[in-house]
Design a protein around this ligand. Structure first.
Ligand code: ADP
Ligand code: ZN
Ligand code: ZN
Length: 742
């Protein structure tokens, strides 16, 4: 038996697995994930490594294989658990073990830990005073100042003291040399949150909240672990429920991870958790340096943290006794990693929880189809919160058919109703949000007169307009020439929809002179905190109208907003993506939820070219379950997740001909492996972006009912690619149940 060992995950150069022999005293004792000391390099330097697997045969000359020296004494159990999770990530999502390890283990920082230095007086009072006289006598003023201060208080903070007294490093060194003072440093781990140690008041829970919390606790106390879905509209008190569940878990001496999409990870949210759990809360976010993130992991290992809040990557917080993982807004696409291994935080959380005896709590107003389906199947347990907990009632929703507006001569981006409602709000000093749905917009071709969208005859997804006057299907490669007139009504108003936030802003300013307008999009939020600043200005009622893309629908509560206008609600509907309807429904529901969070009732105007589409009808009716039923029919019919599993294989390379051939060979290989034709194999097709900076891309889709089967085929493909020289210049990535189309 040999152990497969990874030496150092921080060095790309060592991105390799080494084989080591297992000495007899360690036989049967080594486990995947253990940290060991091995001889490495020419000098056989003692080096740390992780055991990532075992093999029976030597990969090369047996006599050259070195032996493991010993296991690392301080190897902590938690890292072994995370390494085991990494092994699962590799198997479940593809990629290398190194890539998986880098995902779960924080990389040791290169930068130095910030040091807090202290100056300590080494002399007694008598001696000190005598020395002070000497300094004064010699007119050494700086030395005298420093000594006098230390005679007052013999130990002080280096930075503060030297700054206050205007004393240079040289002066300090001189006194150090004279053995008058000593410097000692202690390493400090940075804490990212400036604490207020307040205890927030806990509200009286509604019966629905009580039911969720007590059911969860009952299970937990009886040792039952599982996955729960808290399904409730925005403002129904989900966060309150999570906190109460966490409190119960902490009371048992265990810790909790709370995942929140980065965009919703606002100061207010973090402070709510601090208000409840004080300084045992820590956060991670993408603005933190690697050093800061590493510090947080060290604090966790030192047992200083009980609750870690952060986006996707916080899932790998090395808690020793993990008790609960909460995933808020679990339907968000940001929970899927876009780097290999392309893991989904929800699936991975469920796995980690199983491995460590923890539970998972998911929350959403518009659950992912995967989670709602799992509830129906009985895999997850659902708690429903139907009513708003605080103030605010559900808004009144109007659907405006833009085809009718066009017929009656209104070619503006704003419908007559929306214009009229904006007037009334401006008159009353209430605020308005205009949301431009541009998500998933990938150049689909639609008719502004009748709403017709050109679709692939084979796939039921919209064709995308490519340069050179072609329309292409990204699922199967079908293409046809760009149409000039609408195939349905003959109108010439057919083409790609191209209204940006800037155009909308200009139009609004022209329509409503005197209204104060703020715009939030990629351009206006480029600066650091640009996003927060605009939201704060709007919250402070410095503007009447906020115009923006999907960024504006999350996070902040604006009690004075009583009107939300959704322009081009269908833009996301025809994205060439099987999740397009789900996204549209989620976005519309979320946007609508922004209206009427205060005392007065809100109104929502949804403008669309396809008012009859179920995702728009159901969003207007605020009927998630109705949407779910229709969408599941579509998924079942087309064989998309969650009813079937989908594996996308993305091939990229610099030479188009080599890529094309390799993609065809890979397809044939899959067909050979899948002798019984259990899988459907689609492509290779060109993705929407077929070439990026001279790197060509092809995509192959595999569909099947069994995830296991897809994993097996993936493993076989990985072996095939490794031994086959034809793939040397290519990069192959796997994406299970992808969120975005390539
Ligand atoms: P969600 O996470 O579902 O959006 P929150 O937990 O943030 O909901 O609750 C929305 C608002 O209602 C918050 O201001 C919260 O403090 C308040 N709230 C929650 N539960 C209650 C309750 N039982 N009684 C009164 N106010 C509540
Ligand atoms: Zn097609
Ligand atoms: Zn038409």
């Amino acid at each position: 038996m040999y152990a497969d060992i990874i030496i150092d995950i921080t060095h790309e150069k060592l991105d390799k697995i080494f084989q080591y022999g297992i000495p007899s005293e360690l036989e049967g004792m080594l486990k995947t994930g253990m940290e060991v000391i091995v001889p490495f390099g020419r000098g056989n330097k003692e080096t740390r490594g992780y055991v990532v697997g075992f093999s029976e045969r030597a990969g090369y000359d047996e006599s050259k294989i070195k032996e493991i020296i010993r296991t690392a004494e301080d190897s902590i159990a938690i890292e072994a658990k995370l390494v085991a999770l990494a092994a699962w990530l590799k198997e479940y999502y593809g990629g290398t073990m190194i890539q998986a390890l880098k995902t779960v283990i924080p990389i040791k920082k290169q930068e130095k830990m910030r040091e807090k230095r202290r100056i300590r007086l080494l002399l007694g009072e008598e001696e000190g005073k005598w020395q002070l006289d000497v300094f004064l006598h010699k007119n050494q003023k700086a030395r005298a100042r420093l000594l006098a201060a230390l005679l007052d208080q013999p130990e002080q903070d280096y930075d503060l003291l030297t700054k206050k007294l205007h004393v240079t490093r040289e002066v300090v060194r001189a006194l150090e040399d004279q053995k008058i003072i000593a410097l000692n440093s202690e390493k400090v781990l940075r804490n990212p949150i400036g604490y207020r140690n307040r205890k927030d008041q806990i509200p009286d829970y509604t019966p629905e909240q009580k039911h969720a919390v007590s059911s969860f606790r009952e299970d937990y106390e009886r040792g039952i672990r599982g996955t729960y879905l808290v399904y409730g509209i925005t403002g129904s008190g989900k966060t309150e429920v999570y906190m109460e569940m966490i409190a119960g878990v902490l009371a048992q001496g265990r810790q909790a991870i709370v995942l929140i999409p980065e965009i919703a990870l606002t100061y207010q949210t973090v402070m709510r958790f601090c208000g409840r759990f004080g300084d045992r809360v820590s956060i991670l976010n993408s603005r933190m340096s690697q050093g800061e993130r590493y510090d947080q992991m060290e604090r966790v290992k030192a047992g200083e943290v009980d609750v870690m809040i952060g986006p996707r990557s916080a899932l790998f917080t090395p808690f020793a006794h993990l008790g609960l993982i909460v995933i808020d807004e679990e339907h968000e696409t940001s929970y899927k990693s876009e780097q290999t291994p392309r893991y989904h935080a929800r699936e991975t959380a469920v796995r980690r929880a199983q491995m460590e005896g923890a539970s998972v709590v998911l929350g959403s107003a518009t659950p992912s189809l995967e989670s709602f389906y799992a509830c129906k199947q009985g895999t997850f347990r659902m708690f429903e919160l139907k009513n708003r907990a605080g103030s605010g009632e559900l808004p009144q929703v109007y659907v405006e058919d833009m085809r009718k507006e066009m017929k009656s001569g209104n070619r503006s981006i704003l419908s007559d109703r929306l214009k009229a409602l904006i007037e009334t709000r401006l008159g009353r000093g209430e605020q308005i949000m205009l949301f431009l749905n541009r998500r998933g917009y990938a150049g689909f071709v639609s008719c502004r007169a009748c709403g017709y969208v050109v679709k692939c005859p084979h796939c039921d997804v919209a064709l995308s307009a490519h340069r050179g006057g072609k329309m292409v299907c990204h699922y199967c490669g079908y293409e046809e020439a760009q149409v000039r007139a609408c195939p349905s009504c003959g109108s010439q108003y057919i083409g790609g929809f191209k209204a940006g936030t800037q155009q909308v802003e200009e139009l609004v300013i022209r329509q409503f002179p005197g209204a104060r307008v703020l715009r939030m999009d990629m351009d206006t939020t480029r600066t650091k905190d640009g996003h927060e600043k605009i939201l704060e200005a709007f919250a402070g009622e410095e503007a009447d109208i906020l115009i923006g893309t999907q960024m504006i629908v999350k996070g902040h509560d604006f009690p004075n907003v009583t009107l939300v206008g959704i322009l081009a609600a269908d833009l996301s509907l025809y994205a060439n993506d099987y999740r397009a309807a789900e996204r549209t429904f989620q976005l519309l529901t979320q946007a609508a939820g922004r209206a009427g969070r205060g005392k007065s009732k809100g109104e929502v105007v949804i403008q669309t070219y396809s008012p009859e589409h179920y995702s728009i009808e159901m969003a207007a009716a605020q009927d998630y379950e109705g949407f779910y039923e229709s969408e599941m029919e579509y998924r079942m019919l087309m064989g998309y997740p969650p009813t079937e599993q989908l594996l996308a294989v993305l091939l990229t390379g610099p030479d188009e001909a080599v890529l094309e051939t390799a993609a065809k060979y890979l397809r044939e290989f899959v067909l050979r492996v899948d002798k019984n034709r259990i899988l459907k194999v689609i492509g290779p097709a060109s993705p929407y972006v077929a070439k990026v900076s001279d790197v060509y891309r092809r995509i192959l889709y595999l569909k099947g009912t069994e995830y296991r089967m897809l994993i097996e085929v993936k493993n076989r493909m990985e072996q095939y690619i490794e031994i086959n020289t034809g793939f040397r210049t290519l990069r192959i990535q796997f994406d299970f149940n992808p969120m975005n189309i390539f």
